[in-house]
Ligand binder design. Structure first.
Ligand code: SAM
Length: 409
């Protein structure tokens, strides 16, 4: 326990060191391979557990957004072959197939597209929409189920869907060749061991290609009160893991399970994608990492104005080698593997040695004790990542951003 608490403190302190400046957006610098993240900020209702940047859906704002996305992409000096393209949200399926196609065409003018994925809110999904996604080049979808329990969903302000609808859309998506990942959560209001076990039994019956079980994380301004502790969430996830493994799923990381023979490129794991290659974010509040910088674009109003005036400012922080090394190390732990690698600096290898001596990993894999460590560390790191839009203390000149915002509105 001492080692877990100490590691949590040390890692969160390292990650919290990032300080942003609101300033001119640096021109992207990419070697030949990169990812592309497109943020769609619209939602019909705001879920009380969700910390991601979003605005209530408004048709006129959405039209202006699509137009500005095309302009932002066209004005960006980026070319080559993309490793992955990912629409996240918000609720990306508030956009029509035609609007998604317009954005993809803008990207196509710049780069070769591959591995295109999108997050979907199940209540808005129809078979025609899935056909449309396939036709315009999507190969994978990620469906936010969270829980099948209507009561819990209702408590979070989310628009729910019936088991039958979710089962139908997943089976249809798989039948037309889409790779289907789903998100479940544990720790939402009203969830109990019984309701969670029922969720797992139901998802096994449906059989998606990937199941991610997120412990509910209390990140930046969420208002839903967790129904269980971090340690209890782990016990629930381990019980689910045993059932999923009995049903043929393989564990990919502490929270991700996949059907056998799943191609690594199909696995939905945004934290990992970021580590594999630099990526370029488009849209309000999107993240990017390139040329030694982390970049976070501003909120919708400031972003629209920046694109229109041709002077888009963003939150920019230098990437440091030690934060990057610790992130890579945290990611190895998340993947439940820890072979000693000489690619890590000496201080991380020493820490790794202490973990091995204390029984957290053996023969390159995390032990039971190590898995709990991984759950605690990953959750603590995600909960403490500094995000300029919700945590002004990590931005040196946040007042300049607020002044600009005031001028625009
Ligand atoms: C970007 S989000 C949501 C996309 C889309 N708006 C939706 O609700 O389906 C992707 C996933 O993150 C997970 N998530 C959201 N908030 C979370 C939180 N506070 N803790 C843990 N996981 C969370 C949910 O499982 C969600 O499906």
């Amino acid at each position: 326990m001492f080692l877990t608490d100490y590691s949590k403190k040390m890692m969160t302190k390292t990650f919290r060191k990032t300080i942003y400046q609101f300033t001119e957006t640096p021109s992207p610098v990419f070697s030949d391979r990169f990812g592309v993240y497109l943020h769609v900020p619209f939602c019909h209702t705001k879920c009380t557990f969700c910390p991601f940047y979003k605005e209530l859906y408004d048709a006129e704002l959405k039209d202006r957004y699509v137009e500005a996305m095309v302009k932002e992409i066209s004005n960006t000096d980026i070319q080559g072959e993309s490793e992955w393209i990912y629409f996240g949200g918000g609720t990306p399926n508030t956009l029509s197939i035609e609007e998604l196609q317009t954005i993809l065409e803008a990207l196509q003018g710049k780069m070769t597209l591959s591995n295109i994925g999108i997050e979907l809110l199940p209540s808005l999904v129809t078979m025609e929409y899935l056909d449309g996604l396939r036709e315009i080049g999507f190969s994978k979808i990620s469906i936010g189920i969270e829980t099948f329990q209507e009561e819990s969903i209702k408590k979070t302000g989310r628009k729910g869907s019936s088991f039958q609808h979710i089962s139908d859309i997943i089976q249809y998506a798989q039948s037309i060749g889409l790779h289907v990942a789903v998100d479940l959560m544990i720790g939402l209001p009203g969830q109990t061991s019984e309701t969670f076990d029922d969720d797992i039994e139901k998802i096994i019956r449906i059989g998606p290609d990937q199941i991610t079980i997120y412990p509910y994380m209390v990140i930046r301004n969420v208002s839903a009160v967790p129904s269980c502790s971090t340690a209890e969430q782990f016990v629930h996830i381990e019980r689910a893991a045993a059932n999923l493994e009995k049903s043929g799923y393989e564990r990919k990381s502490v929270w991700i399970f996949v059907l056998p023979n799943t191609d690594d490129r199909d696995v939905y794991d945004s934290s990992k994608d970021e580590l594999i290659s630099d990526y370029c974010g488009f849209g309000p509040a999107s993240f990017s990492t390139y040329g030694g910088f982390k970049v976070v674009k501003p909120e919708l109003d400031v972003w629209l104005e920046g694109i229109a005036s041709g002077n888009l400012q963003s939150f920019v922080a230098p990437k440091t080698k030690s934060t990057d090394d610790w992130r890579r190390f945290a990611n190895r732990i998340y993947d439940l593997k820890l072979e000693t690698s000489y690619k890590f600096p000496l201080y991380i290898r020493f820490f790794d040695f202490i973990l091995r001596m204390s029984g957290y990993h053996k023969d390159g894999y995390l032990t039971d004790k190590g898995r709990y460590f991984s759950h605690e560390i990953t959750k603590a790191v995600v909960e403490s990542l500094p995000f300029p839009l919700q945590d002004p203390s990590c931005v040196e000149n946040f007042h300049e951003y607020l002044e600009l915002k005031k001028e625009i509105n």
